[in-house]
Design a protein around this ligand. Structure first.
Ligand code: MTE
Ligand code: MOS
Length: 794
């Protein structure tokens, strides 16, 4: 039976259920191990005038206290070194590490932390995008991706709308918080067990901070209890603190952030503000779009510029816009540095585009699906993105049409209209939105991976790659890929803990490329061994007195066989033993670099993506008129994942990603007070979806219309794209607002929390904002009535 395409369970499914899967803090204490924690800044911005650690140092059980002066190289940061391991002179966000404390017990550390006195002269923090804009506090230059002349095309557009749209951030809410155990080795070496998506970066940032060669640092990651982007860069800071303590005390050191500490002091998805102007025809065909994006980057660069780049690369979502200008500016504020989060800026770009679509539909009083269908990228023409990449094998038109049919869009449309006429308590809305997510790191260099495959004499195999397992099912997919190449069962293949000792200079497991890059490298390593085994096997297959050539040898079901005559065969394990006897190398390294990707950041043009993962989502929502509470009634998803390696894992990714996205667009609101303290900092005040929020009618189907030769491992990357499907839920909420007051601008920010919905529903009959601000050149003509479906006209 072929291994590829089997719905095998997650690599650690049994261990997860039994509680046997070990996360960092499950590792038993090592002899002499110290507990490490840090005292964070109590305020969002200020100058440190003094730090008094005397009383804390005197606490029994306290072994080491560190301040900035104790860090060999205090400047740090993943892309630019614009952060500090411990704040030296200035604090720039609430919770920023200032003093690290290491002690024999948790209790001693807690007591000592209370005795640390940090004097700070407070300064007025900048917290919001608006404040940063007023003060012109930016990180990096404004970036632009444009085609044609949007300004000119807007002027000659039949209709124009301008508007502003605010998009909220999101907490990663991984169940395992940031955690590291550092173990000192001989001659200054250190071994790091870290919950990180990027072991190589943890290795190099520790090397830098401690001023020791990278070769002295080994970083290991067995698995993460969720990462979602939050451990792409931000695992490094606590890891450095633990490594410092380990190297200075020569004792193992453990740091595990408390959940609320992690919540309050680490970065999140970037909040955005978009200002747009769109031109369109009476039918809803978009003629021009200008979108300015501003993100709240927090205090340092982190990955904000790359995140903004992906926003711009997704600011078109799935639509062909002839003249378009997208600009992006990262704002510097006094919040923890915002960072990668599933979708990496893509969701914000797509949400902004879908907001524009809903605005156009509401203005023209036509159905939004008709507007979407009209503007959708085509297959032979209208298939070039604003950055010049040609969309090959575009499944979007077929996906939209099929989902519209299978979800019974027209029937739902009538039902929603009928409901809204009748109901005195609720409003309903619906939407069907497409997703086109670019797969590859937009930084070309990162599109590479290496793998190590070792075959043992009982025919079992170990694989090691730079990819990290965070729940997404990377390991089982790699097992399937390697098993497939060697013609053995996935059970015979084990994926080992990720370690910089085995795989060097690796990329983060991010951008949904984990399987593409590491899987392809593992396949190459397996193929190298397979080729050597084929030579050995060929000697066994004599046909008409002639030996077979290696090309005649195939591998399947635990056998190597002569494909001209499959009865000539040798068991894989026997072949391995024979190869060993003949002194054939049974280990190999594979390397893969994604071909054909190139993007010029300066010109904003190129082919940043190997391919796109596409899909569409349909959602119906129901909103309580009196409380604003939003319920998702029905969801129907359709995704094109090519030839899936593992449909069970992919199903989990799509449903999990969608529900996580649903939280972002509906209930998850990050509320800060005026001083920059996060108020919604725990599960009681920050509402992620629970099982009761998942719609009762929830369908997922696969679209298998395309066979995209660009897909790296046959199957298409699945990690992030499904999160963007949830934008359908937000668009449906906006549609409900539009249905509630036809003729009024259905302004809605994201997330559509109960408060936000109620605010918009009760905004009164007068427009929320003066019409001049929003409706330019659009007030004169009575909008024509749209076509599809004709009942769309209220
Ligand atoms: N799924 C689970 N269960 N846990 C996670 O942390 N992270 C997501 C996605 N799916 C995540 C997840 C993110 S942000 C990315 S980039 C991808 O998985 C990374 O893994 P992949 O490249 O192997 O898909
Ligand atoms: Mo995922 S946001 O690319 O780690």
């Amino acid at each position: 039976m072929p291994t590829l395409g089997q719905p095998l369970p997650h690599d650690s499914a049994i261990e997860h259920v039994r509680g046997e899967a070990a996360y960092i803090d499950d590792l038993p204490p090592l002899r002499g191990e110290l507990i490490v924690d840090f005292v964070g800044s109590p305020i969002a911005l200020g100058n440190i005038s003094s730090i008094d650690t005397l009383a804390a140092r005197a606490m029994p059980g306290i072994v080491l206290i560190l301040t900035a002066a104790d860090v060999p190289e205090n400047s740090t940061g993943p892309v630019f070194h614009d952060e500090e391991v411990l704040a030296s002179k200035v604090v720039q966000y609430v919770g920023q590490p200032v003093v690290a404390v290491a002690g024999e017990t948790r209790a001693a550390v807690n007591a000592a932390m209370k005795l640390v006195r940090i004097q700070i002269e407070p300064l007025l923090p900048v917290l919001t995008i608006e404040e940063a804009l007023a003060k012109k506090q930016f990180i990096g230059p404004t970036r632009k991706i444009a085609r044609g002349d949007a300004g000119l095309a807007l002027q000659s557009s039949e209709y124009r709308l301008t508007g502003e749209f605010a998009i909220g951030g999101q907490e990663h809410f991984y169940l395992e918080s940031q955690a590291t155990i550092a173990v000192p080795g001989e001659s200054g070496a250190v071994v790091i067990h870290s919950s990180t998506q990027h072991p190589t970066e943890v290795q190099s940032l520790i090397g830098r901070a401690l001023k020791i060669p990278y070769a002295q640092v080994v970083c290991i990651c067995k698995r993460m209890g969720g990462g979602f982007g939050g451990k792409e860069t931000q695992a490094a800071q606590p890891a450095i603190l633990a490594a410092l303590v380990a190297s200075k005390t020569r004792r193992p050191a453990r740091i595990v952030l408390g959940h609320e500490q992690d919540f309050a002091s680490t970065g999140k998805r970037h909040p955005y503000l978009s200002r747009y102007e769109v031109g369109f025809t009476k039918d809803g065909k978009i003629t021009a779009l200008k979108s300015e994006f501003y993100s709240n980057g927090g205090f340092s660069a982190d990955l904000s510029l790359a995140v903004m780049e992906r926003t711009l690369l997704h600011g078109d979502n799935a639509y062909h816009i002839p003249d378009v200008e997208l600009t992006g500016t990262v704002c510097r504020t006094n919040l923890p540095s915002n960072t990668a989060f599933r979708g990496f800026g893509g969701p914000q770009g797509v949400a902004a585009m879908e907001n524009v679509i809903e605005e156009i539909a509401a203005f023209l009083k036509i159905d939004s699906l008709a507007v979407r269908r009209l503007n959708l990228y085509g297959q032979a023409k209208h298939n070039i993105t604003p950055y010049g990449q040609v969309i090959h094998h575009n499944p979007l038109p077929a996906i939209l049409d099929r989902l519209a049919a299978t979800c019974e869009y027209a029937q739902h449309y009538h039902a929603v209209t009928a409901f809204n006429i009748k109901s005195k308590t609720h409003w309903k809305g619906l939407a069907l939105t497409p997703v086109k997510f670019g797969i590859s790191f937009t930084r070309r260099t990162l599109n590479q991976g290496n793998a190590l495959v070792n075959v043992y004499l009982d025919g079992t195999v170990q694989v090691s790659t730079g990819g990290t397992e965070m729940g997404q099912g990377l390991n089982i997919k790699i097992r399937q890929l390697v098993a497939d190449r060697l013609g053995i069962a996935a059970d015979s293949v084990r994926v080992m803990a990720t370690s910089t000792e085995k795989n060097n200079n690796t990329s983060p497991t991010a951008a949904s490329t984990g399987t593409d890059i590491n899987g392809a490298a593992a396949v190459r390593a397996a193929d190298a061994i397979r080729d050597r085994l084929a030579v050995v096997a060929a000697r066994h297959f004599v046909l008409d007195g002639l030996e077979a050539t290696p090309e005649c040898v195939d591998f399947a079901d635990g056998w190597a066989f002569d494909h001209r005559d499959p009865s000539r065969r040798i068991a894989f394990v026997k072949l391995v033993q024979d190869a060993y006897e003949k002194r054939v190398d049974l280990g190999a390294r594979g390397f893969f670099a994604t071909p054909g990707v190139d993007f010029n950041r300066e010109t904003g043009r190129g082919t940043p993506f190997k391919y796109f993962t596409c899909g569409a989502a349909f959602a119906v929502v129901k909103v309580d008129r009196f409380t604003g509470e939003l319920a998702v009634e029905c969801v129907d998803l359709l995704m094109d994942l090519g030839k899936m390696i593992n449909p069970a894992i992919d199903r989990g990714q799509v449903i999990g990603g969608f529900v996580q996205g649903m939280g972002w667009v509906t209930t998850e609101a990050l509320i800060y007070n005026a001083k920059g303290h996060l108020l919604s900092d725990s599960a009681t005040t920050y509402k992620i979806p629970s099982v009761t929020d998942v719609p009762a009618a929830f369908r997922l189907d696969w679209f298998d219309g395309t066979d995209d030769p660009n897909a790296v491992c046959g199957g298409k990357a699945v990690g992030e794209p499904p999160l963007l499907l949830a934008i359908a839920v937000w668009a449906a909420a906006k549609n409900a607002i539009a249905n509630a007051a036809p003729g009024r601008r259905p302004t809605l920010d994201l997330p559509a929390t109960g408060e936000e919905m109620l605010r918009r529903l009760t905004a009164g009959t007068t427009p929320a904002e003066p019409p001049e601000k929003h409706l330019q050149g659009a007030t004169s003509a009575r909008p024509p009535i749209g076509s599809v479906p004709s009942t769309a006209v209220v």
